[in-house]
Design a protein around this ligand. Structure first.
Ligand code: ZN
Ligand code: ZN
Length: 778
């Protein structure tokens, strides 16, 4: 029983027909006809080829009709001209007619005369243009004062008195309301001014019992005849408000989520809306100069929808809502909460210069730890999330749990429904939200369970990476695999920030806005005593932060392709594989050429990945790889190591029993100490050492410098500069590269001439020196 004024069904419904309507034996009711006028009050149930008459006074069926025939009777007997298996039936009280529907036909019936009106049946589309065939139900609602036609999950209505048919609309008003506030909140009606619109009303998700589809797909018309005359609202029939706008918002949502675009609140759409998602809107007001435009009178009355006006209107709304609050109970407290929040946002907004610094600090607020995970683990996950971003953009992030809170750039906290003075209560399916101008991230601790390094649950790392993406200035995207998708997608191990996300955050240009150098923190404000001074001495002067739209641009010590046999499980060689490695400052990256990025989690410490190499600064790596030789040497200062590729560790001693590292002057006679770089030219069979302006051609088999060498680099490789950082032969590009600073040169495959300079980070992207506070003094 649906209680219209309450907008819900009766508690405990639905119930079984044969108990609630005694004597109605059928499970499937085709239609119910209640003829109620000055002379008649009769109620019939139709099912298949039969009908029952019901005694409303005694709440049970009549056992016999007026002629003594027992119920159920045949329709063909009691309603001559009406077919069996009708779709539905209803009584139009003002017209005084009954209408039976079957398939594409409608039968106007005169119950007093027991006949179908002359000229009937007619096509439904003729009598009710816009109403579909094969209806589930038709009924006159005394509450809404209009006639509704229901089919599937949709309904149509007659607008006004005998006005046109309007629809389809969504059957379930409660769903409609939920959906409406959901879409409004996310900006599908109009872009949301997320950072300063307050007091968003609470909504709920579509609950499971609502979603049970058979309630509506097999709509039971018995719920529709129980209205009591006189309960109706005054005035015009009400059908739906702003329905075209509503449907358009649904269409936009469906499109954004790759759903079938129906404009209707279908199962797929409802399910998508119930998925865990970020609470930030999908459509926000553009961030441009309009933020500072004060609202004036013309703006307030304007209906214009351009950004400036929309922003002003939003401000007016905020003020208006705050004013309305004063008329309510706890309004004073609420207002002060809002005021504090606005002030706090404004304060933090003023400090918006923060991200032009090289160091961005963050804190997990003391009162805001999750109850679900170990505190250290939460910190580690958030740190890892920041680190993943600094793998692709210049800022370095590090935690700061010491400074005054206002000095910390990014605040993060877990909370529950009402949290941290935030005006945005968490919705049930909302895992987090972020305010990029205030640089605050709030994570919903009621989402269960947050997990780390597991495929189930909600990956806290992915949530943190997404929200930090907002802090950096990214909005929502629907790119496949984008970490900025608003809905939470279960994540395999080791997810990565996708290529589009990387490009998008680099487009924001974090490097290009650098105003002063060194940054605020290293200028003495921030105590860096916990950090190796190497950070300032070595990394920062070597970073060029003003070009290429925020991509990392780094210098490297050396680069090489490591070639080694690929063996099957029985140890038989099935081919060769290679990987490209970049080395700098005691760390190394494996670069995946085919994917245009470094391996997940890189860079790693050299001493961890290349066991036994004790030096932080590698001058060069030589991999001689021919039919007869497979030797790998690391050069640093006056020494070298030989590396055992099979066992992945250095050899402890050379063939003559001398322990590594050996002196270069001993193992490579004629080669100077402190080389710039070295590489092996496989097709020529020679090794080339570089130092300053000289190049040494070396014959490893004979342990000698080729006669006539060293030569000027300009003579052997015209166009290649002196004092190289690195030279290497790339199996991916099938040519030799020379790197110096942020530039590289290459040997043209077609002409053999040297091409360049080109920019290193255009060819090898996103190799960033991301080590942060975890710098370990190595
Ligand atoms: Zn988001
Ligand atoms: Zn919040």
């Amino acid at each position: 029983m649906y209680e219209n004024s309450q907008g819900r069904t009766r508690y405990g419904d639905p119930r079984v027909i044969r108990k609630g309507w005694e004597g109605i034996a059928s499970r499937k009711i085709d239609g119910i006809l209640h003829v109620l006028n000055r002379f008649w009050d009769v109620l019939f149930f139709f099912s298949g080829d039969s009908y029952y008459q019901y005694d409303s006074e005694r709440d049970q069926i009549y056992t016999h009709d007026a002629h003594g025939n027992p119920f159920p009777n045949l329709i063909s007997y009691g309603f001559p001209g009406i077919p069996d298996n009708i779709d539905t039936v209803y009584y139009n009280r003002s017209a005084g007619y009954t209408y039976f529907f079957k398939d594409n036909l409608v039968y106007q019936y005169e119950i007093e005369r027991q006949r179908v009106s002359p000229g009937f049946p007619k096509e439904i589309s003729v009598l009710y243009p816009g109403v579909p065939n094969n209806l589930d139900a038709a009924y006159y609602s005394y509450y809404h004062k209009t006639t509704f036609f229901i089919k599937g999950l949709e309904y149509w209505g007659i607008s006004g008195n005998n006005g046109p048919i309007v629809g389809p609309f969504t059957v379930n008003q409660r769903w409609r309301d939920i959906c409406n506030s959901f879409l409004e909140r996310l900006g599908y009606f109009q872009p949301v001014d997320w950072e300063s619109t307050l007091d968003r009303s609470r909504q709920t998700i579509f609950e499971p019992e609502d979603v049970a589809p058979d309630i509506f797909s097999d709509f039971d018309p018995s719920v529709m005849v129980e209205e009591v005359e006189g309960m109706g609202r005054d005035g015009e029939p009400t059908i739906g408000v702003d329905d075209e706008e509503f449907k358009e918002a649904i269409r936009k949502f469906q499109q954004a989520n790759n759903l079938t675009i129906t404009g209707l609140l279908d199962d797929a759409t409802r399910n998508k809306m119930n998925e865990p998602r970020c609470g930030n809107p999908d459509h926000t007001l553009a961030k441009n100069g309009t933020k500072t435009v004060p609202p004036d009178a013309s703006n307030m009355t304007s209906n214009s929808s351009d950004d400036a006006h929309a922003k002003s209107n939003a401000t007016v709304v905020v003020q208006k809502r705050a004013a309305e609050d004063t008329s309510q109970g706890n309004s004073r407290k609420r207002q002060s909460v809002l005021k504090t929040w606005m002030e706090r946002q404004e304060e933090r907004r003023k400090k918006r210069g923060i991200f032009v610094n090289n160091y961005v600090t963050w804190r997990l607020l003391g009162e805001g730890y999750s109850s679900q995970l170990d505190a250290d683990l939460q910190l580690a996950v958030i740190q890892q999330a920041f680190r993943m971003w600094s793998e692709v953009i210049p800022p370095l992030f590090r935690p700061d749990h010491v400074s005054h809170i206002e000095e910390v750039d990014v605040n993060l906290a877990f909370g529950r429904v009402r949290h941290l003075g935030c005006p945005n209560e968490f919705q049930e399916q909302e895992y987090a939200h972020a305010f990029d101008e205030a640089a605050e991230v709030h994570i919903n601790d009621q989402i269960q369970p947050y997990t780390v390094n597991r495929p189930d649950g909600i990956s806290l790392l992915k949530v943190a990476v997404h929200e930090i993406g907002h802090i950096l200035g990214l909005g929502h995207h629907e790119w496949a695999n984008s970490v900025m998708q608003p809905n939470y997608a279960p994540q395999p191990y080791n997810f990565e920030i996708g290529a589009e996300d990387r490009r998008a955050v680099q487009e924001l240009g974090y490097a290009s806005g650098l105003r002063e150098f060194p940054c605020r923190h290293s200028a003495g404000v921030q105590d860096l005593s916990g950090y190796p001074d190497m950070l300032d001495r070595w990394i920062l002067p070597h970073r060029r932060l003003t070009h290429h739209r925020g991509k990392c641009e780094e210098r490297f010590d050396t680069v090489f392709d490591w070639v080694r046999p690929n063996r099957d499980e029985n140890g038989y060689m099935t081919g060769v594989i290679y990987n490209t490695f970049f080395f700098a400052d005691g760390r190394y990256w494996m670069y995946e050429n085919s994917k245009g990025r470094t391996r997940y989690g890189d860079p790693l410490l050299i001493r961890g990945g290349w066991q036994g190499i004790a030096s932080r600064h590698i001058d060069g790596i030589l991999h001689v790889w021919s039919r007869t030789w497979d030797v790998l040497f690391f050069f640093a200062g006056d020494s070298y190591w030989e590396y055992d590729s099979e066992r992945e560790q250095i050899y402890t001693h050379d063939a003559n029993g001398n322990p590594f590292p050996n002196l270069i002057s001993y193992g490579f006679p004629g080669i100077p100490d402190n080389i710039d770089t070295v590489y092996y030219n496989r097709s020529a069979g020679y090794t080339y050492f570089f130092k300053d302006h000289l190049v040494y051609q070396y014959e490893v088999e004979r342990q000698r410098v080729s006669p006539g060498f060293p030569k000027e680099i300009a003579e052997v490789f015209p166009g290649v500069p002196n004092n190289l950082d690195a030279a290497y032969y790339s199996y991916t590009h099938q040519t030799t590269f020379f790197l110096k600073g942020f530039d590289y040169w290459s040997i043209s495959i077609s002409t053999g001439a040297i091409d360049g300079p080109f920019t290193v980070n255009e060819l090898w992207q996103d190799i960033c020196k991301v080590w942060m506070w975890e710098l370990d003094g190595s």
